[in-house]
Design a protein. Structure first.
Ligand SMILES: [Zn+2]
Length: 475
């Protein structure tokens, strides 16, 4: 196989080559933007789903599932929402050969499917909070070039929808979602920024939107998730009301939290390198691959040794694959590096004789250990590997940001730019023009670089209402 393109200089070429070589998805399905999940890629997706389920359920959310088709009449109840989505929805207009009385939308997101039913479910303050989530496929007619995991028309979507009694409680739910995402990102070894989007770039119908962004390639950013506060923007048109203990009626305040298979794209983008993909242990389809190396003597049963090691590791809760294919060991090593398997164990005649195992992690760290310590050594080496890829990702993350003091410094930037901004839309647009990208918004947490005192807006020199903001080009 040819060498991979250079990651930093030709990020998207590199990314597409890695996704294909690692066999995570098959792009040959004859509908653009709708990829086939391969057996290997599906395992990563299932692990990701499990991670999302674990963390969201720890915050008191319950799974539900709503239908894929939404009547046009429900879809059109919230004006901003329709404006935001109408250009990218798929319509179902026929049942068999007859036209449907009410056309149906293939859900692009599920507000308009869920909220008419929430209005029935919620009657009293005792029905609150309502915290539910679903993991389903959603559909958006993407007109830009589609990319596996990053920009697709059929999206594997995690969406939480909540109803709270007050605006403050909804704000607390946003905080709780941010904390849950921090746990998920830690398991994926992914550094990220939570960024409050400017008003002109928030989700259609939201009061405000917090995006979860990561830097990728040169000056590019990728949104890997979002959390929205809706206030009463949807509960009013959908009439989701509750009766308070004093008998008064109030509208609920709503929030949503959205994630998708983009997280798999993000894992490839951040941890991958010149040798291919690199999975963190948490979502690796196989955590360990064992390669038996045939001995010269037919009595050297390295396959038996490998199968026994795999049995022990599986009993210990590890996902293991024994590669007994006909390829030469070197070809196997190369293939599993491309596929991003965290730890490879090699078992040959020498290992059999000394009752030990040789191993190499995906970063190239080699070692050997006695086979009677197999389980604990694998645990220890996987933990070390995760910690090493997290450190490398953090260093890469820090080096992606740089301060810009003038509009001129934004042009041709290879960094995500940190700027002082007065908050005005006019200055925001001046920034977007200068960087040929987006004003991403204001960071919710600490920025990964030392900053001077805020002095003046880089666009208008104003000294009032200043805040730090991020600007970059989205992928
Ligand atoms: Zn300004």
């Amino acid at each position: 196989m040819a060498d991979l393109p250079e990651k930093r200089a030709a990020f998207m070429d590199w990314y597409l080559a890695v996704v294909e070589a690692a066999n995570l998805t098959d792009k040959r399905y004859p509908v653009k933007g709708m990829n086939v999940w391969t057996p290997y890629g599906f395992q990563a997706r299932r692990r990701l789903d499990e991670l999302m389920i674990r963390e969201i359920e720890a915050t008191g959310s319950t799974p539900v599932e709503f239908p894929t088709l939404i009547p046009e009449t429900e879809f059109q109840k919230e004006a901003e929402h329709i404006k935001g989505f109408s250009a990218e929805v798929y319509w179902v207009t026929k049942g068999g050969s007859s036209a449907l009385d009410i056309p149906l939308v293939l859900r692009p997101t599920s507000e308009t499917a869920m909220y008419p039913i929430f209005a029935i479910w919620i009657r009293s303050h005792k029905d609150l909070p309502l915290n539910v989530y679903q993991i389903v496929n959603t559909f958006r007619y993407e007109t830009k070039t589609t990319r596996p995991f990053l920009r697709v028309r059929e999206i594997h979507f995690f969406e939480e929808h909540t109803c709270q009694a007050t605006e403050d409680l909804a704000t607390q739910r946003v905080r709780s979602n941010l904390a849950a995402f921090a746990q998920m990102a830690q398991a994926l070894c992914l550094p990220y920024m939570a960024v409050r989007r400017p008003d002109w770039d928030k989700f259609a119908g939201a009061y405000y939107s917090i995006a979860l962004d990561i830097p990728v390639g040169e000056a590019r950013t990728l949104q890997i998730g979002s959390i929205h506060h809706y206030r009463e923007n949807f509960s009013r048109p959908y009439e989701i009301r509750y009766e308070a203990p004093d008998g008064s009626q109030s509208y609920v305040h709503q929030t949503t939290f959205g994630l998708s298979e983009r997280l798999i794209g993000a894992v490839v983008a951040v941890h991958g390198d010149g040798k291919g993909a690199a999975f963190p242990t948490s979502i690796a389809p196989y955590e360990v691959v064992i390669v038996p190396i045939p001995g010269r003597s037919p009595t050297t049963d390295t396959v038996g040794l490998a199968n026994e090691a795999a049995r022990r590791l599986r009993a210990h809760g590890r996902r293991v694959h024994v590669d007994t294919s006909d390829e030469r060991p070197g070809a196997k090593y190369y293939r599993w590096e491309l596929a991003g398997v965290p730890l490879r164990i090699e078992l040959g005649a020498r290992e059999l004789e000394h009752k030990e195992a040789s191993c190499t992690d995906r970063r190239g760290t080699k070692g050997s250990f006695p086979l009677d310590r197999l389980e604990e050594e694998v645990d220890r080496r996987l933990a070390q590997y995760d910690s090493a890829i997290y450190d490398a990702a953090r260093a890469q993350f820090r080096s992606a940001f740089a301060l810009a003091r003038t509009l001129r410094e934004l042009a041709g930037s290879v960094h995500v730019r940190v700027i002082a901004w007065c908050g005005s839309e006019a200055c925001g647009h001046a920034v977007e023009e200068a960087i040929d990208g987006s004003l991403l918004g204001t960071p919710e947490g600490e920025l990964p670089l030392d900053l001077p005192k805020l002095e003046k807006c880089l666009a208008c020199d104003a000294r009032e209402g200043l805040r730090w903001a991020l600007a970059g080009r989205s992928l």
